[in-house]
Design a binder for this molecule. Structure first.
Ligand code: GUN
Length: 295
């Protein structure tokens, strides 16, 4: 392997320590940032994420509430839960873990969250602020984490061609919006590819920074990567593997070994973008708590 490994565990830890210091500072003025995480149903991956978010919150000295609702919960019951959290002064940030059960209307759920508590940045008000470059927007944690990784690793985004594979509301679209903003971690030229893109490998090969967020195991192969490119792997996929105790292994959207042989830098899976996502969620919760202080 020739690529530099971008260590999300170490970087995420550093950010969480910075957040913990700010939490201690807020405690002196009587504010304890609080995050509520709502999980509907029993999706195994979501259960792991929700547990990690709660634990990280507590470790940073924040107030953490996890609300687990059965898969049979109605839309009205979930909206009522959100209303309660909206009105709770101990809760500064909240998120509803996605995906929701198919019968639910996710858009209506996301719109119900008070935009001032929307630490996921999925409410249309925050999406609009992100697009227009309003600094008070909550930035969705995963692309925000990717941007921080690039900044803290000294990867120059200014003038670079960033190619994003994936156009989801959670990663691809906000990632593009962050990278085209003016300023540190921005000023990039951005191309967004997706399942209907013609000759995707040819476009991917033009990338100085290639960001894979499509949720397909080892989709990005070495022939799609320009030698020397920086490769960020947002994917986390479970692949059947009978040799493993759990019966599966985790892998990203990038074929790690062959791509690491030609990239200049690459994120591992696990241990890359994942820990950064949680760190940025804490950072957003801190931002939400500071907002209440400002009035
Ligand atoms: N599911 C996958 N990523 C996310 C995220 O960032 N926030 C929420 N709420 N659900 C997710």
């Amino acid at each position: 392997m020739t690529a530099r490994l971008l260590d999300g565990v170490a970087m995420g830890r550093a950010i969480r320590q910075e957040v913990a210091q700010d939490v201690a500072r807020l405690a002196q003025v009587g504010i304890k940032p609080g995050l509520a995480v709502v999980l509907v149903g029993e999706d195994p991956a979501s259960q792991v994420y929700v547990r990690s978010k709660g634990k990280a919150c507590e470790e940073a000295g924040m107030h953490s509430v996890t609300i687990r609702l059965p898969a049979t919960t109605t839309q009205a019951e979930l909206l009522a839960t959100i209303d309660k959290l909206n009105a709770d002064p101990a809760i500064h940030g909240m998120l509803v873990q996605l995906p929701l059960p198919k019968a639910m209307n996710s858009e209506q759920v996301l719109r119900r969250i008070d935009p001032r508590k929307d630490v996921d940045g999925f409410h249309p008000e925050n999406v609009g602020k992100l697009v227009t470059g309003d600094p008070t927007a909550f930035r969705p944690a995963t692309p925000y984490g990717v941007q921080q990784m690039l900044i803290r690793s000294g990867v120059e985004t200014k003038g670079a061609h960033a190619v994003i594979i994936g156009r989801s509301n959670i990663v691809g679209k906000p990632m593009a919006n962050l990278l085209i903003q003016q300023g540190p971690g921005g000023d990039a030229t951005v191309t967004v590819c997706h399942s209907r893109t013609r000759d995707l490998p040819a476009i991917a090969r033009q990338a100085d920074i290639l960001i894979a967020a499509i949720g397909k195991a080892e989709f990005v192969t070495a022939d799609m990567v320009r030698p020397g490119a920086v490769v960020i792997d947002v994917g986390i996929n479970r692949v059947d593997d009978p040799t493993k105790e759990k019966g599966y292994r985790l892998c990203g959207d990038v074929a790690f070994e062959p791509v690491a042989a030609i990239a200049s830098a690459i994120t591992p899976v696990p241990g890359g973008v994942g820990p950064m996502t949680i760190a940025m969620l804490l950072k957003n919760t801190l931002q939400a708590a500071e907002l209440t202080r400002a009035g």
